[in-house]
Design a protein around this ligand. Structure first.
Ligand SMILES: Cc1cc2nc3c(=O)[nH]c(=O)nc-3n(C[C@H](O)[C@H](O)[C@H](O)COP(=O)(O)O)c2cc1C
Length: 204
């Protein structure tokens, strides 16, 4: 079984509806560890050695966060700046992350249609996540298509998120148990798209 690390960043988790429900659905999965960055480092005093050791221990790194100004909350950016050091994540001798998988799991206020060339936000989610993709690539990791929940403001009860939470859980389950064809997965727009279509046809 692969080991999965959820690098979770939400600066106002007490007010979260969507991310709270997503986490609840996956946090009891064996071999899945949630690393809550804002809970650990409210003053941005990141323990770089601890974070690097966690990365080394895991095979799949998930960046889960609400989409803030078309990117991640500030602490995750600070985490990238401090933890992905030269000689650890890239550069001479920097091969600690080589061969790991990574992807983004984001929640957005905007609808899926809004994230398109003709839409309100003009760019696709995958295009806006390009810095995450290229960062992973520079560090020798394979960056997979994102998981995304849209139109977050339309949810008023936690149960309304359950379909998405189940899809998130299924995606992590498949990566953990290595039941996915990663080359086929890489062609999809979203990590859970095919899985969703095949649900009920034999997938776990
Ligand atoms: C500071 C801030 C910036 C935001 N920027 C975006 C954005 O760029 N695109 C978007 O779709 N939603 C944006 N939103 C909406 C959040 O992504 C949305 O409220 C969140 O994903 C809901 O998840 P939660 O219930 O776990 O908090 C923003 C919200 C805040 C507070």
């Amino acid at each position: 079984m692969k080991k999965i690390l959820i690098q979770f960043a939400h600066p106002a988790f007490q007010r979260s509806l969507v991310n709270r429900r997503l986490l609840a659905a996956i946090s009891n999965l064996e071999n899945v560890r949630v690393n809550d960055l804002y809970e650990l480092y409210p003053g941005f005093d990141i323990d770089v050695k601890r974070e690097q050791a966690l990365l080394v221990e895991h095979d799949v790194i998930v960046f889960q966060h609400p989409f803030y100004w078309y990117s991640c909350p500030a602490l995750l950016k600070e985490w990238q700046d401090l933890v992905l050091e030269y000689g650890f994540a890239y550069g001479e001798g920097g091969d600690a992350l080589e061969g790991k998988l990574a992807f983004s799991a984001i929640t957005c206020g905007g609808s899926r249609e809004a994230y398109s060339k003709g839409g309100h936000n003009h760019f696709e989610i995958a295009e806006l996540l390009a810095p995450f993709e290229q960062t992973a690539r520079l560090c020798g990791m394979r960056y997979l298509p994102p998981f995304a929940v849209h139109s977050s403001h339309e949810f008023s009860e936690p149960e309304e998120v359950d379909e998405h939470a189940e899809r998130y859980r299924d995606a992590l389950f498949g990566l953990r148990n290595e039941t996915f064809d990663l080359d086929a997965l890489a062609q999809q727009e979203r990590i859970d798209d095919r899985l969703h279509r095949e649900k009920g046809r034999g997938l776990p």
